[in-house]
Design a protein around this ligand. Sequence first.
Ligand SMILES: Cc1cc2nc3c(=O)[nH]c(=O)nc-3n(C[C@H](O)[C@H](O)[C@H](O)COP(=O)(O)O)c2cc1C
Length: 225
Amino acid sequence: MVIDMKKEFSTCPEAIDESRLFGFSWMEFVAGIPSPLVLVTGYKENGKPNASMQSWTSFVGSGGYYCIFGSVNKNTHMYASVQQTKQLVINFPDKDNFLKCMDTIQNNDYENDEVTMSGLTAEPASKVNAPRIRECFLNLECEYVWEKELFPGSEHVVMCVKVVNLCMDDAYYNNEKKGRYGDTGYLYNIRSLRNPETGETEEAAVGILQKYAVYDELKKEKESR
Ligand SMILES: Cc1cc2nc3c(=O)[nH]c(=O)nc-3n(C[C@H](O)[C@H](O)[C@H](O)COP(=O)(O)O)c2cc1C
């Protein structure tokens, strides 16, 4: 198949009002690449549970299982908490508890137990000194490995953490029950998309993943040749 309608954009298109993007790149809203949505938990210096929504995340399974946070703001409680304890939990909500996870942003005061105030349950992690969220179907308990400024002088860092314990609701690794994908599984962050030609703007959204058995199809195609 030939794709013959490609258009190129290297500077912000006139149709997009960059001043309304709060410092984020216009490219992110045009490309619209979804990324996994997680709630990161740890303890603040005062011992209160902290919760931080993160979505510029990716996971690497080479020589251990690692999470690379692509952009952690240095001014957040999460950053301060990880600096102090070197430990954290990455919690994966499904769509039933997503809104409670979002509430942690409104309950972000230093003095707050952000987890309980948002209607979620903090329970101690098994292997690290951080709370984990009972309502989230997967909890990855992690230790800090390294960080680097996203670019020189950036307020954001790329941070690598190593998973030392995986705690998962069996209904999600059992495909006969809920499974990990579809309506009850992982959530993806979808920014408010922009059409670079018309400037048309969509609401921000949350995506779910549909499993596509492409390898079965390729095999069938080969066999039928
Ligand atoms: C959907 C969503 C995704 C987010 N992703 C990130 C992210 O990847 N990195 C980041 O620094 N902040 C991200 N934020 C913003 C933080 O969640 C927000 O600043 C939060 O209040 C920080 O909490 P804390 O101070 O308790 O760490 C995101 C917010 C939302 C709603």
